[in-house]
Design a binder for this molecule. Structure first.
Ligand code: URA
Length: 379
């Protein structure tokens, strides 16, 4: 199994590299469409699996990808032919573009040869136009770093400065000292770019003297429209389970690590995206404030984003689930699954996660009953 898994991983990686590293050369074509050809040497026989990606991407041109195992040809329909000798490909002007791109993304102050070779393994280099420049750029790196240091800082272009200003942290004249004020200020938050596409800031909800805080990742589609946390499918699962263990949702402060909905549009649908490290970090300013104003006795972190935002620990969730950890502000945090994660599972795995989730909420209810909350580990 270990060998098979390693092989599967290596094939997936090879496919990924094929999609990234095939470089086409324009060739003459008698037909009405532009035609391109490429030579690629994969590590595994992946041509048939890898070619449909190019058929979707480059449906408006004729192309062929020749490899030692065979040739994929596309002229509106995809066909596979027997291997040929390596074609003698003409010079292609687009290769200068690749080189320009590569020169521009090469940062001489951050030369990481190991990482570079892992991203772009040596075996692919011989067919990549941009790699011809590497040796020269590496040799020139120390001189460029020195020149950069001597040149010092320059002003950003006016447009970049304008964009930066639009997402710059507003410096409120005074830090809010009530939850209501905090919510009001957060409504016009522009700390990160999520504010541009989301409908509104979704602030936490509940009594400001709640002893339990439940923290999710970020509002979803329905929460974004309603302006309230946990009103969509994940929220329904959470609320049912709270009720089952005797916790009243109205007595809990429900909130999210990130207060704006992040999504990509697919037609009329808005597909949820997890916030990235930067967005989580920017929103922690609000989370810290919210927690200072609330001072919960216990926090339940739903899922990895909430857990890492609260504790600063980004380790995987499974081994941590069910344990009480210490938040960066010193409060106890019980880690559990995110209800959306449970909703995505099926069969026995779903039942198991659901039982664990309910068990964790019950454990939280028990902890709140006890006079002193015991940190770490669980009986
Ligand atoms: N998922 C979350 O993490 N939070 C919500 O408010 C809703 C769904």
């Amino acid at each position: 199994m270990i060998r098979l898994n390693a092989l599967a991983k290596s094939v997936r990686r090879d496919l990924h590299k094929m999609h990234a590293f095939v470089r086409f050369h324009e060739v003459d074509n008698a037909g009405p469409r532009r035609a391109f050809a490429a030579w690629f040497e994969p590590e595994h026989p992946i041509l048939q699996a890898g070619a449909p990606f190019f058929a979707r991407r480059f449906a408006d041109m004729d192309w062929m990808i020749a490899t030692p195992e065979g040739v994929a040809c596309f002229d509106g329909a995809l066909r596979f032919l027997e291997p040929q000798v390596r074609p003698d490909l003409p010079h292609d002007a687009s290769h200068e573009l690749w080189q320009t791109y590569f020169i521009n993304i090469f940062n001489p102050a951050r030369v990481k040869i190991k990482a570079m070779k892992s991203e772009m393994p040596l075996k692919y280099w011989k067919n990549l136009p941009e790699t011809k420049l590497i040796e020269e750029m590496l040799a020139d790196a120390p001189r460029r770093v020195k020149a950069m240091a001597e040149a010092g800082m320059s002003n950003p272009p006016a447009f970049a400065a304008k964009v930066t200003a639009s997402v710059r942290v507003p410096s409120p004249s005074s830090e809010p000292n009530t939850m209501q004020e905090a919510q009001k200020q957060a409504a016009s938050c522009t700390r990160c770019s999520l504010c541009h596409d989301a409908t509104q800031t979704v602030w936490g909800e509940g009594p400001v003297n709640a002893s339990l805080m439940i923290l999710g990742e970020a509002p979803g589609d329905q929460e974004d429209l309603a302006g309230r946390p946990f009103v969509g499918p994940a929220g329904r699962l959470l609320r049912t389970n709270l009720e089952d263990v005797g916790l009243a949702a109205e007595e809990i402060w429900l909130s999210n690590a990130v207060k704006h909905f992040k999504f990509v549009s697919r037609g009329k649908r808005r597909l949820h995206q997890s916030p990235n490290e930067g967005e989580i970090k920017h929103c922690r300013w609000w989370l810290d404030l919210e927690r200072r104003l609330l001072s919960p006795r216990l926090t339940v972190a739903l899922g990895a984003t909430a857990a890492s935002s609260l504790t600063g620990n980004r380790a995987p969730l499974s081994p941590r689930r069910g344990n009480v950890e210490t938040a960066l502000d010193g409060g106890p945090v019980l880690i559990t699954w995110h209800p959306s994660f449970i909703l995505r599972l099926n069969g026995p795995a779903k039942l198991k996660a659901l039982a664990q989730f309910k068990g964790d909420l019950k454990y939280a209810a028990g902890l709140l009953q006890s006079q002193t909350l015991r940190l770490h580990g669980r009986p």
